[in-house]
Design a protein around this ligand. Structure first.
Ligand SMILES: C[S@@+](CC[C@H](N)C(=O)[O-])C[C@H]1O[C@@H](n2cnc3c(N)ncnc32)[C@H](O)[C@@H]1O
Length: 226
């Protein structure tokens, strides 16, 4: 496991990115066309545990570099599973000492906790696990008026749940912040994304960007908040 951590550190070339306050489509395209993106895509596609994980390498590379470029204080992942995406996000936050990844998985304690306990303390300190569903998480966040710069929607992929998660994410994301939706290749998730966008015309849908394919063959959607 130590070798794995060392390899990730060696690959952490994120300092190559200038800070971008609120990356828009053009910035995201530049990001996914960069050499470091390709390097990270290759890394996640060939390295355990990510190469067989539930989130594809393109989504991981994009979120990792986005975090490196924006230095968010608070990131959310809806759907923890074993925690390896939260790990990538937390490591990408190494330059913001107070940055936190909130990861939510109502059914995931048994698979998340053993993995979490194997991580270095510097990563563990940056990850807060919530063994609750997204409704409970968002209700609490809205009550506390919390804001998050990046929200990764990867929970229940049925239409009603996906739409609920996107709508709630939109309430708590910062202005200029990002919602990344996984598995828009699934009809329910695609329809939820399209329905959200049809009633939120001031949002930017990065699927429509030039060379949409490089955003992971449309497996993820990246939405930028107005
Ligand atoms: C596709 S997996 C997530 C994969 C994870 N993001 C990763 O990269 O490994 C879907 C996750 O959503 C969680 N989930 C299911 N219903 C949920 C809900 N209502 N709220 C939050 N998470 C939920 C499941 O426990 C499961 O871990």
């Amino acid at each position: 496991m130590n070798i794995l951590f060392a390899r990730i550190r060696r690959y952490s070339g994120r300092a190559q990115f200038r800070l971008i306050p609120s990356p828009k489509q053009a910035d995201l395209i530049a990001l996914v066309e960069s050499a470091v993106y390709r390097e990270r895509l290759d890394f996640f596609g060939t390295t355990e545990p990510w190469k067989n994980g539930l989130t594809n390498g393109g989504a991981l590379a994009l979120m990792e570099l986005l975090i490196g470029a924006t230095r968010p204080q608070n990131v959310v992942e809806i759907g923890s599973n074993r925690g390896w995406t939260a790990y990538v996000m937390a490591q990408a936050m190494e330059e913001n000492p107070t940055g936190l990844v909130h990861t939510i998985g109502p059914f995931d304690s048994w698979r998340f906790m053993p993995v979490y306990e194997s991580w270095p303390s510097a990563i563990r300190q940056k990850v807060k696990f919530y063994p609750i569903n997204s409704a409970a998480f968002f209700q609490d966040a809205i009550a506390k008026d919390q804001r998050f710069e990046l929200i990764f929607v990867d929970g229940n992929h049925d239409y009603e749940f996906a739409l609920f998660d996107i709508q709630c994410a939109a309430r708590v994301v910062t202005s200029g912040g990002h919602i990344v939706i996984d598995n828009v290749d699934l009809p329910d998730v695609r329809r939820a994304t399209d329905d959200f966008l049809s009633s939120h015309l001031n949002w930017t849908d990065c699927r429509d960007a030039r060379r949409t394919d490089i955003l992971n063959g449309s497996i993820i959607a990246v939405l930028v908040a107005p």
